[in-house]
Design a protein around this ligand. Structure first.
Ligand code: SF4
Length: 341
């Protein structure tokens, strides 16, 4: 029997699988998914060894197989996903995640073309910079039909990146190369049509995290936050998620910087690098709720399509990235988490 691998088969996030009707169920608090997240799949898996990732080669596999950003990723034929996506009115965008595998570049272009030919969805690619050796590879993705790319830098500093994704784990990824690819991607896709993923809670200070957000913003890339979640079987399974107050401050700072309402130089940090003052009245901003919503690539309506419900926590835990506008009750909770009355 032929192996079920990409590009003929591709994994979907659990949320995408539910939205396309492959599985039955609804989301906690009735969140709606507008972006389909897909993941290339190969028998050898991802050649990366990132210490925090459920796909990592260094991970001990659990009974349910590998997970990526906390949730399960079931495998389906690409054609069937496309057929279901065509008739789904909810979905605005599809995102194809490459993994670190020699076939991934070629197969990503194939999958982009298929979606472009057969659907009217917007197309993002979460690229693996380690596989991108020149600007032509990015142009090929754009010409095939992708309009945005995401780059998961994940760690806020070169030291953490090297320790958790590079030499420290015998992994292939390099900080400088990632940022070179960010610059190339901005040249090909345009300013702010490139998004950088960052994981809060990998051991960085708040000042370091706000610093990398500002760096991305100044280069022409927006930033999308994730909260570290200890993936079972990964080398970091014993590490805690970041405290909620830390995560909320970083969400606020990211939103201000991306909305050009503030810069790092107007913010104050204490001797431990903790964000101690925004130099702006944050109460009305908290009341808006939007700073605490998932940030990601937009849909047809210009609003975030990639809302990744429950990608950061169990449904029973407090929501970190809201996949919908927080309600007043949520805002009160957020104020408490931030220690604001
Ligand atoms: S924000 Fe979402 S759609 Fe955009 S690149 Fe990241 S995962 Fe993909």
């Amino acid at each position: 029997m032929e192996p079920k691998v990409s590009p003929r088969y591709i994994q979907t996030s659990l949320a995408a699988s539910l939205t396309l009707g492959f599985q039955q169920g609804s989301f906690h608090r009735n969140a709606k998914l507008k972006g389909l997240n897909l993941l290339l799949h190969y028998e050898g898996g991802c050649l990366g060894r990132c210490a925090f990732c459920g796909l990592s080669r260094s991970r001990q596999e659990g009974p349910k197989g590998k997970t990526f950003i906390r949730v399960d990723w079931p495998l389906y034929p690409l054609e069937e996903i496309i057929e279901r996506a065509k008739v789904n009115q909810l979905v605005h965008r599809v995102c194809i995640s490459m993994i670190t595998h020699p076939q991934a570049q070629k197969d990503t272009v194939y999958v982009i073309r298929k979606f472009k030919e057969e659907t009217d969805l917007f197309i993002s690619v979460l690229i693996t910079p380690t596989l991108i050796q020149n600007i032509e590879s990015l142009r090929e993705m754009k010409n095939a039909g992708a309009d945005r790319v995401g780059i998961a830098i994940d760690a806020a500093t070169p030291e953490l990146f090297d320790r958790l994704r590079g030499r420290g784990v015998n992994g292939p990824h390099r900080w400088d190369h990632y940022w070179n690819v960010v610059r190339m991607a901005i040249e090909v896709f345009g300013r702010y049509d490139v998004g950088i993923h960052l994981i809060v809670g990998l051991g960085e200070t708040e000042k370091e995290m706000v610093g990398v957000i500002q760096r991305a913003q100044d280069l022409g890339a927006s930033t999308h936050l994730f909260s570290f979640f200890p993936e079972k079987g990964s080398p970091m399974e014993g590490y805690p998620s970041p405290p909620l107050d830390q995560y909320r401050r970083i969400q606020l700072a990211r939103w201000m910087i991306n909305e050009r309402l503030g810069r790092i130089d107007q913010m104050r940090f204490d001797e431990n690098g903790r964000l101690s003052r925004f130099d702006l009245d944050i109460k009305p901003l908290i009341q808006l709720g939007e700073p605490f919503m998932t940030s990601g690539c937009p849909g047809r309506d210009g609003k975030v399509a990639c809302n990744r419900p429950y990608g950061n926590e169990r449904p029973s835990d407090p929501i970190r990235n809201f996949p919908f506008m927080p309600e007043q009750e949520d805002i009160e909770e957020i104020k408490k988490q931030l220690g604001i009355s």
